[in-house]
Design a protein around this ligand. Structure first.
Ligand code: SF4
Ligand code: SF4
Length: 220
């Protein structure tokens, strides 16, 4: 899921100081789990805006804010409110914000959140970054632990010389990613494989942005 955190309210108020009425658009997926764009946060934002003398013409939590066509259909019943609003505030991730930019070309659209990383939720509202979306996964070679992400240096054949007592020299409060990989491979009885195979330098050309994927197979 995409991990988001709320921006400072003062920064937001400064951004929108020239507008009077707003439509609030949340997302029922990642932003709801992050506590940044679910119904309670939309209600809270409405109160904040009203306290600033602003108006809220409408608000809606989209099912999946990064799904452009689905969001377009869901917003049809809100046409009048959207037509009459000065500005749309998107309370999801940067992808959700750009859905609104695409759907409402003539309206100003502002994000209320910062999008931080792709993460796993380990318990309620605790998130870990475990994948950097590098474009060519090597988890099959590393026992399922990602050194590109879990090692601050992204070392592919570690550990580096700074590993001390199993901890990372860059972030001493975390276990060295390569110690974790070693322990996992040992548990799986795959240490020989780890010793014999050197990981090749990654091909970063597969992660040049912006990336596009057409997953639908063409009919012949
Ligand atoms: S190697 Fe790491 S960053 Fe790359 S796709 Fe796999 S988990 Fe993600
Ligand atoms: S100590 Fe381990 S996790 Fe930290 S930078 Fe070195 S190899 Fe990476």
């Amino acid at each position: 899921m995409i991990i988001t955190k709320k921006r400072e309210v003062q920064e937001l108020i400064e951004n929108i100081k020239n507008y009077k009425s707003f439509f609030l658009l949340g997302c029922s997926e990642c932003a709801t789990l992050c506590g940044t764009g679910g119904q309670p946060q939309l209600d809270e934002m409405e109160e904040t805006l009203k306290a600033e003398g602003k108006e809220v013409a409408g608000k809606f939590v989209a099912k999946t804010g990064c799904q452009v066509l689905g969001t377009k259909v869901e917003l049809k019943p809100f046409k009048e409110a959207l037509d009459n609003t000065d500005c749309i505030l998107v309370m999801s991730c940067g992808a959700g914000t750009q859905t609104a930019v695409e759907l409402f070309e003539d309206k100003p659209v502002y994000p209320t959140n910062d999008s931080i990383f792709l993460g796993n939720m380990t318990r309620m509202q605790f998130f870990d970054e475990r994948c950097s979306l590098c474009g060519k996964c090597i988890l099959d070679k590393t026992g399922g632990i990602c050194p590109v992400t879990a090692c601050p240096k992204g070392i592919l054949n570690g550990p580096c010389g700074g590993c001390k007592d199993g901890k990372c020299e860059v972030s001493p409060d975390i276990k060295c990613a390569w110690v974790r990989i070693y322990e996992r491979m040992k548990r799986l009885d795959r240490l020989q494989e780890l010793c014999e195979n050197t990981l090749e330098a990654k091909d970063w050309s597969v992660s040049i942005k912006p990336r596009i994927l057409v997953a639908r197979e063409s009919k012949k």
